[in-house]
Design a protein around this ligand. Structure first.
Ligand SMILES: CC(C)(COP(=O)(O)OP(=O)(O)OC[C@H]1O[C@@H](n2cnc3c(N)ncnc32)[C@H](O)[C@@H]1OP(=O)(O)O)[C@@H](O)C(=O)NCCC(=O)NCCS
Length: 460
């Protein structure tokens, strides 16, 4: 049987899982592609499984495992200088080739999901059908709504987000199928359904948290004729502002995926490797995203900018900014939004947001402040001489764009990042299950053992 026929057969057997129309084309395409990928990986392992692809130093073991090659991640690869490529495409390229709504300029995250899962750019019709499908799956079960309503408004939005996602585990088709003894080859199909359901429900969870904590608690229902970002913006209360909707489309795309080793992606993958459902896996990843050195940096940046603006009293001169940066560093803090574990140049996600700001809010005072810091901070960080990367990352720009349109509650910002991150880590989880990747279990040693190891190697 040819790949295509085998795939067709696989696809037909998936019909039993009642995939709504819009995602069935995506599921079918994935099923067609999967046997080829499985064969490719099998061949690669058979031919080169013993080829040495890197070496590990003791410094890396104590240094957060930077640079150690040991993960497989198909959706994106991060070049230290050039930045991210999604399935080989740069951010400007995805802005160009991915479908947009009529009259819109920014790519649709639904289309990016398709690209990350299959490596192929969907048509406008396929994207529209996927948008409709996601909207049809958006409703939350009552117990999740009740749980979110019972959270105190003092509980950080990211903690609430994680609670909401964990509670959705009740809906897991993967967990039910596993409990019923489904075979390994079928895992990805249930993971696919869970991932689509989860992705579809995330904006409603996020909007519920936003409305509960900061507004009247009421969230508008989704409209199946609208795209994901327009619905999400409407649920947050900003749907009438077309520029905000466009920003959200861009925001969701550029925050989606950044290779597999960052904390949120790696955690989702790691927990998923134990065959925890996509709900439990993503919730774990979100707990990592909530850390101030990772996704919460966008909240930290905004708080820091607001404090700086107040202290500078409108004087954004280089001298004043430099003084403030040194004050931050000398107090033992990091400059939030600068530095990166992998990148060694300005993050193209920063540049995409800068382009957006230049187009839509060139005279906004917080944008001017962010631009002025960009002129000074790399020099100051180089002078300090600690960070390997003195350039800005994605988080140094995102908050002020949201502020401009009135989404001013910075403790909510990481939740938006979390919704976006799901677009990257869920396709990866489906692929993990499709390729049958094993439970992850790297080796650890105690310091005593490492001492013995290095002594035996260096013969000291
Ligand atoms: C992103 C980040 C966690 C990467 O960490 P990393 O890979 O360990 O970075 P480096 O190897 O360059 O760190 C070396 C030193 O420079 C410091 N450093 C890194 N970024 C810094 C920054 N923005 N401001 C001040 N110091 C910084 C580190 O704290 C470390 O100091 P130490 O030796 O005293 O522990 C780090 O750059 C950071 O804390 N940035 C600010 C938070 C942020 O923007 N996070 C979002 C990332 S997308």
């Amino acid at each position: 049987m040819s790949f295509r026929n085998a795939a067709r057969k696989t696809f037909l057997s998936t019909r039993a899982y009642s995939t709504p129309a819009g995602s069935s084309a995506l599921k079918e395409r994935f099923a067609e592609l999967l046997p080829g990928w499985q064969a490719e990986v099998k061949d690669l392992k058979a031919k080169y499984g013993n080829t040495v692809i890197g070496e590990t130093t003791l410094g890396q073991a104590y240094g957060g495992m930077r640079g150690i090659k040991g993960l497989v991640w198909e959706g994106s690869v991060l070049d230290p200088v050039e930045g991210i490529r999604f399935r080989g495409k740069t951010i400007p390229e995805i802005q160009k080739v991915l479908p947009k709504v009529e009259g819109g300029n920014e790519p649709l995250p639904e289309a990016l999901f398709w690209l990350l899962l299959t490596g192929e750019v969907p048509t406008a019709e396929q994207t529209k059908a996927l948008s409709e499908d996601l909207a049809a799956r958006a409703k939350l079960p009552k117990h999740v709504e009740d749980l979110l309503d019972s959270c105190p408004s003092t509980l950080h939005p990211m903690a609430q987000f994680s609670i909401g996602i964990n509670a959705l585990e009740s809906e897991s088709e993967f967990a039910k199928a596993y409990a019923n003894g489904v075979g390994k080859k079928e895992y990805w199909k249930y993971t696919f359904e869970d991932s689509l359901n989860l992705l579809a429900k995330l904006p409603t969870i996020a909007a519920k948290i936003y409305k509960n904590v900061f507004k009247d608690g009421k969230v508008a229902p989704v409209d199946v004729s609208l795209d994901y970002s327009k619905n999400f913006a409407t649920q947050l209360g900003f749907g009438d502002n077309q520029e905000f909707v466009e920003l959200l489309r861009l925001y969701l795309c550029i925050h989606s995926d950044h290779e597999g080793g960052n904390v949120s992606a790696h955690t989702t993958h790691l927990v998923g490797s134990a065959l925890s459902s996509p709900y439990l896996s993503l919730a774990a990843g979100m707990n990592g995203l909530a850390g101030p050195l990772h996704g919460r940096a966008n909240q930290e940046v905004l708080e820091w900018l607001v404090a700086m603006k107040a202290e500078l009293e409108g004087d954004f001169s280089k001298e004043k900014i430099e003084k403030y940066l040194w004050k931050t560093l000398n107090s033992g803090r990091v400059i939030p939004g600068y530095g990166h574990a992998v990148l060694r140049k300005t993050d193209p996600r920063y540049m995409a947001q800068r382009e957006f700001a230049l187009k839509h809010m060139p005279d906004y005072d917080l944008f001017k402040l962010v631009s002025a810091i960009y002129e000074v901070a790399p020099k100051v960080l180089r002078e300090q001489g600690k960070t390997k990367n003195p350039w800005p990352n994605v988080d140094s720009h995102s908050g002020i764009l949201l502020q401009y349109y009135g989404l001013t509650q910075q403790s909510f910002y990481t939740v938006l990042f979390g919704v976006a991150r799901a677009f990257g880590v869920l396709p990866a989880l489906i692929i993990d299950r499709g390729l049958g990747l094993p439970i992850e279990r790297p080796k650890s040693f105690s310091t005593q053992k490492y001492i013995e190891l290095v002594k035996s190697i260096t013969k000291e």
